[in-house]
Design a protein around this ligand. Structure first.
Ligand code: ZN
Length: 290
């Protein structure tokens, strides 16, 4: 984050809105980074953003499946550095092998990722990674950087619903907003491995999932287009993950899989085939005559 922008932002914030400044995250993570948005504001922002996503995205309407991932997510989030936040986990009904988080505890897992995972530990590690983005408050940090504090403040105050719509729509495309930096991604990986491990899941799921992504990149790149537009090279992440996992104390009984996960996969595979976000976007553009 550029300090010049923060300086200007501070002035705008102090003079124009009079909002209270919160120095930095209170989650214990990213203590050195500056985040001008308070935790309460971030939670409010997450709610507004989630409402936009519900309008923009084809969310899966299956209570049983969503409840399964809500349980899994909460179990992992409880082991995070922000355990008392109310988290929401939802499945997006598209073929993309991807997941994303928005500020305030909202995590979205694309159906393609669940269908393509070899075992539960892979999904648990990805969910841990997304919880890592939430806990480290990467979303608000990034939005402040991208839009400037003045616009972000308007968002928080509910003064700019059109911008919310724009942001939600941009998330959809490869020009999406939440382009986390390499530093963010590596940090979310570190946190995700730790949280999944603490929750009792085999952290090697992170490595095998990354290897799967590398294979998909070669053979079915359209499924991971969104992923690779928003995530840094995988080889570096594998290296970091392997190193971290080797340093973790041995823990007997770490869970790699469970039959109920495969029952969920079976249920998903029986549904009408999902499209990718890009296919949906293209169809929408064709309809609108763009
Ligand atoms: Zn990420």
């Amino acid at each position: 984050m550029s300090f010049g922008r923060i300086g200007a932002g501070l002035a705008v914030l102090a003079t124009a809105t009079g909002l209270l400044l919160s120095g930095c995250a209170t989650t214990g993570v990213n203590k050195g980074d500056i985040n001008l948005i308070s935790v309460d504001q971030e939670i409010q922002m997450g709610r507004d953003f989630a409402a936009q996503i519900a309008k923009t995205y084809p969310l899966l309407k299956d209570e049983g499946i969503n409840a399964y991932f809500q349980r899994l997510g909460e179990q992992i989030a409880k082991q995070s550095d922000w355990p008392d936040l109310q988290y929401h986990f939802q499945v997006v009904n598209t073929a993309d092998v991807n997941a994303f988080a928005i500020p305030g505890g909202w995590v979205y897992i694309h159906r393609g990722l669940i269908e393509r995972a070899d075992n539960l530990s892979e999904v648990a590690c990805v969910v841990g990674h997304e919880i890592g983005h939430v806990v480290a408050r990467h979303g608000t940090e990034l939005m402040t950087k991208q839009y400037g504090i003045a616009l972000v403040t308007q968002l928080i105050l509910g003064q700019n619903p059109a911008l919310w719509e724009k942001i939600a729509a941009q998330l959809f495309t490869t020009a999406g907003v939440l382009h986390y930096s390499r530093k963010h991604e590596l940090e979310a990986d570190r946190l995700g491995i730790r949280y999944a491990y603490r929750a009792g899941y085999d952290p090697n799921g992170m490595v095998t999932f990354f290897e799967k992504l590398q294979a998909l990149q070669k053979h079915e790149p359209s499924l991971i287009e969104v992923w690779f537009s928003t995530h840094p090279p995988t080889s570096e992440r594998i290296k970091q993950a392997e190193k971290l996992i080797a340093e973790l104390p041995a823990k007997p009984g770490l869970k790699k899989d469970e039959p109920s996960f495969h029952a969920i996969q079976k249920k998903l595979k029986a549904l009408p085939k999902a499209k990718t976000l890009q296919e949906i976007q293209k169809e929408k553009e064709a309809k609108e005559g763009k």
